[in-house]
Ligand binder design. Structure first.
Ligand code: FAD
Length: 680
């Protein structure tokens, strides 16, 4: 294996000759990569005139543009000059650059882009070292080791899908054809598993309880549903979507994205929609999973699989509250993820129970439509200002994403890097930190809480009565932090909107009654009360070796090795399994790509060993769980002052979230360590 100058620190990243993804990174070897000139990330050639280009440049991310200029010319002075990004922050696509600096850079860019156009839109091949320097330029720090490895994997400057399965002759055709795999769920994770299984040449079926693909984005159709991480990172690394119409796009667009991917990769013939897997039972003699299926028309069926990939999601089981009288309500009432398609809210008195991540999106979308909106909120939320949260991608930026070489790649980098590079330290509880308000867990967190409070309070300056209602009483970032451009706090100030922080005592046929005895009339109730996050794989009964039930084994403390494999449950892989939700860092697409890669590696190892099954050893699992618990217990999400959090189980412990820096988890999931598994 060649060792290259990519990694200055000599970390593990260079030692993994076995891993095909890394080899593709290493192949770049400080030289000129032909593939990097004209590929799908290099942008579509264009003939726009100078005026049109100048107009477009008014709306671009200037730091991403500067990197694109290097691709056009090979001239590093664009990123080595006096004009530099001032901060690396995913919410600021201009990286804190002043207006003057941006104007100057646009002025310099115009003739360069015109010359690039006139010479046929052929980018210059750049070396690995140059690309790494560009990462450092945008990231405002030296980027090396596994952090660089992760981003080279993610950005794929060669234009190829470096995660594509290329087993070559590792596994014979005969072995492949006799290895059926079932994927449960056709959301983001299941679709990805389907793509990889198809590349591996294994026969596979995707079973999905809904009528189509998309999972979360098939189900959550409530008004205002949108992502809260940037669209340009909420997509597969190998299927970027330069076409997003908004920086944080809405549900219909996401659903369409998944539909398109399913067709592009020919997955639809492998999908069985409207079908629920009700049971999965390990058949010891045959070393197969026996699956019981229930179709929505009532018909039952069975299916056998050598391997099962669970992609059932972990925010997929609605959590309904238990409030006296809920059944007595006379009007429509439903969970936010079951929004009735034919519901006309016009002129209604609407009760919204819950104002977490979903309620926070529903409220502002409904307020202009309804006669009266009453929002019942148990816990106030921390809100981070984000001017782009409801912003459309303007035509100029869309043009740049489509045409300027690798601009979209660097745009994705800007949106992702800071969150990932920050790692997990900002979330660590400092036991010596003393904050009687319980709003912070360490000194830096206290500063952050102060800044967030100031920004929230400034938005309700004219409504001092609201301040007490919107100020959280737990540490900043301790629950999913919400992003906003002021829409939520403006919504609360509308004359037809009221926020109620008093607990609900009961539901009556015509409304909601609080513990203070106030009756709030309502024609419709939406319970935006979240999901049964801790009940992993809760939609089916899973039985492993010796009749062991997964539900019993896990109880209230679900765990899996790397969040993926579980002792006593051979040949079962979880995507978005226990301990893998992300409350910080990046979109869950990153995790899904790592986990599916790992699952396919384990399948390859098993088939290459002429084995029928693989199972994680209790020792490896236990060691991982101990490390997990030691780490998560020190982080903000476990803080005892946080009472109501879907991240916690009934005993207040966290088994849902990942405590690992993303690049560390990326490294751990690169390959399967044979000594952690039994094969048979
Ligand atoms: C409202 C909302 C907003 C979100 N916003 C973000 C965001 O901004 N950024 C982010 O990173 N994440 C976000 N998430 C998390 C989101 O769930 C993940 O990003 C991602 O969609 C998970 O994909 P998945 O395929 O793992 O799970 P899901 O999308 O939940 O898909 C699971 C699929 O499995 C199917 N299924 C379940 N059980 C069975 C069974 N027994 N038989 C057959 N089929 C079954 C379900 O019907 C579903 O289609 C959000 C979640 C919600 C609910």
């Amino acid at each position: 294996m060649r060792r290259v100058g990519l990694v200055a620190s000599g970390e593990d990243f260079v030692d993994r000759a076995e891993c095909s993804r890394h080899e593709m990174v290493l192949e770049r070897d400080g030289g000129q990569s032909a593939a990097m000139t004209r590929n799908r990330f290099a942008g579509e050639p264009f003939m726009d005139d100078d005026d049109a280009i100048a107009k477009a440049l008014e709306e671009v991310s200037v730091p991403a543009l500067m990197c694109s200029l290097v691709h056009m010319t090979g001239d590093l002075s664009f990123i080595r000059g006096e004009i530099q990004p001032r901060i690396a922050m995913s919410l600021d696509i201009q990286s804190g650059m002043s207006n003057d600096d941006r104007a100057e850079m646009r002025r310099r860019a115009l003739p360069v882009i015109a010359a690039y156009r006139d010479s046929g839109c052929e980018p210059v091949a750049l070396s690995t070292e140059t690309l790494q320097e560009m990462m450092g330029f945008l990231g405002r720090r030296h980027v090396d080791g596994r952090l660089a490895g992760l981003f080279f994997d993610d950005l794929q400057f060669e234009g190829g899908d470096v995660g594509a399965i290329a087993w070559g002759n590792d596994v014979t055709d005969e072995r492949r054809f006799s290895t059926p795999v079932v994927v449960i769920g056709c959301g983001m994770g299941g679709i990805l598993a389907g793509i990889r299984l198809s590349q591996a040449g294994l026969p596979f079926t995707i079973i999905e309880k809904n009528g189509g693909p998309g999972g979360t984005w098939w189900e959550n159709r409530y008004p205002g549903a949108r992502v809260d991480v940037g669209s340009h990172q909420y997509c597969f690394s190998f299927e970027p979507a330069e076409h997003w119409s908004e920086y944080y796009c809405r549900q219909p667009e996401l659903r369409k994205y998944f539909d398109t991917i399913v067709d592009r990769y020919g997955l639809r013939p492998h999908c069985r929609f409207d079908t629920t897997v009700t049971e999965a039972t390990w058949d010891e003699d045959q070393a197969l999973w026996q699956l019981a299926l229930q179709r929505s028309d009532g018909e039952q069926d069975r299916l056998e699989a050598r391997f099962v990939i669970s992609a059932v999601g972990s925010l997929n089981l609605p959590r309904m509250p238990e409030i006296e009288g809920m059944d007595s309500f006379a009007g429509p009432s439903f969970h936010s993820s079951r929004w009735p398609g034919d519901l006309d809210v016009g002129g209604t008195r609407f009760a919204l129970v819950g104002a977490g991540a979903s309620g926070f999106q529903i409220g502002p979308a409904l307020a202009p439509e309804v006669d009266r909106l009453t929002i019942f909120q148990r816990t106030a939320q921390w809100i981070i200002p984000n001017p782009l949260y409801h912003a459309a991608v303007p035509p100029g930026d869309e043009w740049a994403l489509r045409h300027l070489p690798f601009y979209g790649r660097w745009f994705r980098f800007i949106m992702t890097f800071a969150g990932i590079a920050m790692g997990i330290e900002p979330y660590r509880i400092d036991p010596t930190h003393d904050d009687p308000t319980h709003r912070s867990i360490n000194a830096a967190n206290a500063k952050r809480a102060e800044a967030l409070l100031a920004s929230m309070q400034s938005l309700v300056a004219e409504r001092p009565d609201l301040v007490d209602k919107i100020v959280p009483d737990y540490p900043a970032t301790g629950k999913r932090i919400l992003q906003d451009d002021g829409t939520w706090l403006r919504c609360l100030q509308r004359p037809n909107v009221e926020i109620v922080r008093t607990a609900i005592e009961r539901i009556v046929p015509d409304g909601v009654v609080t513990t203070e005895g106030t009756h709030y009339p309502a024609d419709v109730i939406c319970y935006a009360t979240g999901f049964r996050h801790n009940e992993f794989l809760g939609s089916l009964r899973v039985t492993g070796r010796r009749g062991i039930s997964l539900r019993d084994q896990w109880g209230d403390e679900p765990s899996a090795y790397l969040g993926i494999t579980v002792p006593n449950f051979p040949n079962l892989f979880c995507v978005y399994g226990p301990g893998t939700n992300l409350a910080a860092g990046a979109s869950l697409f990153y995790h899904a790509e790592f986990q599916v890669h790992y699952a396919l590696e384990a399948i390859r190892e098993t088939l290459m060993s002429e084995a029928r099954w693989c199972e994680v050893l209790p020792r490896a699992h236990q060691e991982y769980v101990s490390r997990y618990q030691a780490e998560i217990g020190q982080l903000v999400w476990s803080h005892p002052s946080i009472e109501h959090s879907h991240y916690k189980n009934r005993q207040g412990k966290v088994f849902t979230l990942s405590p690992w820096p993303l690049d560390l988890y990326w490294e751990w999931t690169r390959r399967v360590e044979r000594e952690d598994y039994a094969f048979g």
